[in-house]
Design a protein around this ligand. Structure first.
Ligand code: PHE
Length: 342
């Protein structure tokens, strides 16, 4: 082989190595150029046929070419591996400096806050929590509370009945807990508060078929209307502020006698009259009265010895007045823009 042939062999071989785009192509180039049947090995074998004075130089050149090709292959392989790694690193890159996804922090719902405030206010006045079921017997929801089957008040309650369980209803108010608490304590004096869901079959702009009521009950000897008024006054001051005004209006409930509805001075206009209080300066917040003798007897107390008072209120209404919310639906929509304000 002539020297210039070695030179063109070198150019071709190095070009083939440079052209290999991946490790498989590179391996193919190695076999093709450096393999036992490749041109370089063949040329080395052919040295013996060269002119004696050229053999040494040709051998040196061919050995040098083989070494150069080997290191070109190694270099190219390292480059290809490096590229593959860089590509993988790029594709699988995780930017650990990016800020994480923030977790939303929850908080108590305004209805829950109102319930807690109600329970706290009455707790301070010596009332303890009592409970009753949401599926209640008609007897406790109505009869024991002096609302017989033919009583017109039944209609006002728009009752849900429980299919397949005659005699059971979804309680229409928290008052049946009065009977349960009395039966559990009679003839001991008692002061209890209960709070929870009640159900009525109306559903419109201002009514939801499920809402919450709270109820207070005190029974003992010598309890009078003045105790009721004093309790309600302290209770309203705790919920609506020291300066709250209250007003009792005669009313009617089958389970209390006498009965009174309680208004507070309008928290929106301060009593001067506005759209929300319909110009009266007052807003109704609860129903109350002295426990009816029939109800005391149902609870296991002797009306000749014991008297008591009871009061009940809608929790949604109190939450709306306390937090200045003017649409009851806002309490049920779970709109984060509202909830974040509490
Ligand atoms: N239970 C009555 C209602 O649902 C409220 C009330 C409770 C009235 C206790 C007087 C005494 O309207």
């Amino acid at each position: 082989m002539a020297m210039q042939d070695v030179e063109s062999l070198r150019r071709e071989a190095l070009a083939a190595v440079a052209a290999a785009q991946d490790e498989a192509a590179l391996e193919q180039a190695r076999v093709e150029w450096l393999g036992r049947k490749g041109p370089i090995m063949e040329a080395l074998r052919g040295i013996k046929d060269a002119a004696p004075d050229e053999r040494r130089a040709l051998g040196l050149r061919l050995n040098e070419l083989r070494d150069a090709l080997e290191s070109a292959l190694a270099e190219r392989q390292a480059a290809l591996r490096g590229d593959a790694l860089a590509e993988r690193l790029q594709a699988e890159a995780l930017d650990v400096t990016l800020p994480g996804r923030p977790r939303e922090r929850g908080g108590p719902h305004p209805l829950q806050l109102a319930q807690d405030a109600l329970v706290d206010a009455l707790h301070a006045l010596g009332f303890r929590l009592a409970e009753g079921p949401e599926v209640e017997s008609e007897t406790l929801n109505f009869e024991a509370l002096n609302i017989p089957a033919d009583h017109p008040a039944r209609e006002m309650h728009d009752t849900f009945f429980v299919a397949g369980h005659p005699g059971y209803v979804l309680r229409t108010h928290t008052s049946p807990v009065q009977i349960r608490a009395m039966r559990a304590h009679a003839p001991e004096p008692l002061r209890v508060i209960t709070i929870g869901r009640v159900y009525r079959r109306d559903d419109d702009v201002t009514h939801s078929p499920v809402f919450h009521q709270m109820e207070g009950l005190a029974v003992g000897e010598g309890i009078g209307m003045h105790h009721l008024k004093g309790t309600l006054y302290e209770f309203c001051r705790a919920i609506f502020g020291e300066d709250v005004k209250i007003r009792l209006r005669p009313s009617y409930f089958p389970f209390t006698e006498p009965s009174a509805e309680v208004d507070i001075g309008c928290v929106f206009c301060g009593g001067s009259g506005c759209r929300i209080c319909k110009g009266t300066g007052f807003i109704e917040i609860l129903g109350s009265g002295m426990v009816h003798p029939h109800v005391l007897r149902e609870g296991g107390y002797d009306p000749a010895v014991h008297t008591g008072f009871a009061f009940g209120a809608g929790v949604e209404r109190i939450a709306m007045l306390r937090y200045g919310i003017d649409d009851v639906r806002l309490l049920f929509q779970n709109d984060l823009r509202l909830l974040r304000q509490f």
